[in-house]
Design a binder for this molecule. Structure first.
Ligand SMILES: [Zn+2]
Length: 417
C-alpha cells in the first residue's frame, strides 16, 4: 500500500539556503508555465506538458539559476501544473505567491535514493544535488520501498515527506466482522457515535485564544511591510501551526480507533466544500445571513471534518473497514426510535426530545449518529447479494484512494476560492 512518512529535516546552513533557491526556481517555473497556459487560452489555443518541458530544457542553457537546481524538481513542477490545469481548469489554478506559498518540491526517482541510519535519533538520505540530508528518524523506513520524496518548508522548519510502499495489503475480512457504527460530525462536539460516545478535544488553549486576539489587534495596527508586522504574523502562524497539528492528531487517532473496532463505519456525506462556501453572494444578489454563515464555516473548518473523513478512509485501508457515506438530509431531525421527523424535536444544539414518542431526551448528535448508522446499514443490505467481505466496493462508498494525492503540495490541488 502506498502511504506517507514525514520527518523533520536538519539542514546545514548552506543546504537550507540552496533549498530556498530550489523552491524559488520551482515557483518561477510554475508561474511562468501558468502564465503561458493562460496566454494560450486567451487566444483559444492549448498548451500542455510536452512543449513546456522542451522550452524548459532550452531555458536551462541560457539561465544559470535554472541550471543550478535539480532538473527533476523543475520537470515535476511542470507535471504538477499540467495535472492541476487538467483537473481544475487553467483559470482556477493559483499563482504561487512569494509571500503566501511555502516552498515545496519533489524528487520523483525514489528507487535510486539511499537512506542511511546514523544513530538512534538521526538518519540521512542522499538527494540529487543537495547531497546527504540529515533528518530526525522518528520512524523506521526499513523494509519500505521509497517512491518519491518531497521537501516542504512549514514555518521555520523543513520537512521530508516520503511516499513509500509499505508492502501491506488491505485485509479481506475485518478482525471484528459484524461491528458497525454510525458517526455524526457535529459543531458542538467533534465526533459522536451511535454507541453514545462523544469524542472531542479542544485544539487551542484559553491562553492561546487570548494571545491570538492580542496579536490580531497588533497586526491591524502595524504599518504595512514593517518589521513588527512580520513578527506578529510569524507569532500568529506559530499558534496556528500548533492548533493544526493537534487537529490532525485528533483526526488520525479517532479514525484509527473507529476503524480498528468496527467493520463498518457510516458517516454523513457532507459536502464540506459547498457548506463552507461564503454566503456573500453576488453584487446583484447579495447573500443573507453572511455573519451567521461565516461563524458556522469557522466551526465546521475548526473541527476538521474533511480531514477526519480522509483520515478514516486512510485508516480503513489497514483494517479492511468499509466506510459508507450516506446523504445527510434529516439525520438531525429524525427520531432514531420511531422515525418521526420534526425540526421541533431538536430542542437545542445538544438536546433531542422526540415530539411524537415518549422516549427520554437524548444527545442530539448521538441521535443523528444512530440515524446515520441505520441509513448506512440499509445501503449495505440493499446493495446486493453475499459477496466477499471488504472487496467489492459500492458506488456510495468513499474510494480508498492513494495517499499520493494527499502528499501533493497543497497549492497543486487547491483551486481558487
Ligand atoms: Zn420518536
Amino acid at each position: 500500500m502506498l502511504t506517507g512518512r514525514r520527518f523533520r529535516v536538519e539542514f546545514t546552513g548552506e543546504q537550507a539556503e540552496y533549498a530556498e533557491r530550489i523552491g524559488a526556481a520551482c515557483r518561477a517555473v510554475w508561474n511562468t508555465g501558468l502564465e503561458q497556459r493562460r496566454e494560450y487560452r486567451r487566444r483559444g489555443a492549448w498548451m500542455n506538458y510536452q512543449p513546456q518541458a522542451r522550452e524548459l530544457a532550452e531555458a536551462k542553457t541560457e539561465h544559470a539559476w535554472l541550471k543550478d537546481v535539480p532538473g527533476h524538481c523543475l520537470q515535476q513542477t511542470l507535471m504538477d501544473l499540467d495535472r492541476a490545469c487538467r483537473e481544475h481548469g487553467t483559470w482556477r489554478v493559483r499563482w504561487r505567491s512569494g509571500r503566501r506559498w511555502s516552498p515545496s518540491f519533489r524528487f520523483p526517482e525514489g528507487s535510486k535514493m539511499v537512506v542511511d541510519k546514523l544513530n538512534g535519533r538521526h538518519a540521512r538520505i542522499k538527494l540529487p544535488k543537495l547531497g546527504w540530508v540529515k533528518f530526525r528518524a522518528s520512524r523506521d523506513l526499513a523494509g519500505e520501498v521509497i517512491r518519491s520524496v518531497t521537501l516542504t518548508r512549514d514555518g521555520r522548519h523543513w520537512y521530508l515527506s516520503v511516499l513509500v510502499d509499505d508492502g501491506r495489503r488491505t485485509p479481506e475480512t475485518h478482525q471484528v466482522a459484524g461491528e458497525a457504527v454510525g458517526v455524526d460530525r457535529g459543531v458542538a462536539v467533534a465526533v459522536a457515535t451511535s454507541r453514545g460516545e462523544l469524542i472531542d478535544r479542544p485544539f487551542s488553549t484559553e491562553g492561546e485564544r487570548r494571545r491570538v486576539t492580542v496579536l490580531q489587534r497588533r497586526l491591524s495596527r502595524c504599518a504595512q511591510r514593517s518589521r513588527n508586522r512580520d513578527k506578529a504574523r510569524a507569532q500568529l502562524a506559530a499558534i496556528g501551526t500548533r492548533e493544526r497539528r493537534r487537529r490532525a492528531d485528533f483526526c488520525a487517532q479517532t479514525a484509527h480507533q473507529l476503524a480498528t473496532a468496527n467493520a463498518v463505519v457510516v458517516i454523513e456525506d457532507l459536502k464540506t466544500k459547498h457548506m463552507t462556501k461564503s454566503a456573500k453572494g453576488t453584487l446583484e444578489q447579495p447573500g443573507r445571513n453572511v455573519a451567521a454563515k461565516s461563524g458556522l464555516n469557522r466551526a465546521i473548518l475548526g473541527k476538521g471534518w474533511h480531514q477526519f473523513a480522509l483520515a478514516l478512509s486512510s485508516a480503513a485501508r489497514y483494517t479492511g473497514t468499509v466506510v459508507v457515506s450516506v446523504p445527510a438530509a434529516y439525520t438531525s431531525q429524525r427520531c432514531s426510535a420511531c422515525g418521526h421527523v420534526d425540526p421541533k424535536s431538536r430542542e437545542s444544539q445538544a438536546v433531542f426530545r422526540c415530539t411524537a414518542c415518549p422516549r427520554p431526551a437524548e444527545h442530539a448528535d448521538v441521535n443523528a449518529a444512530k440515524n446515520i448508522l441505520a441509513a448506512g446499514l440499509a445501503v449495505i443490505a440493499c446493495e446486493d447479494q453475499p459477496r466477499p467481505a471488504g472487496r467489492t466496493r459500492s458506488p456510495k462508498q468513499e474510494p480508498a484512494g492513494t495517499r499520493e494525492e494527499l502528499l501533493l503540495p497543497p497549492t497543486t490541488a487547491a483551486p481558487a476560492a
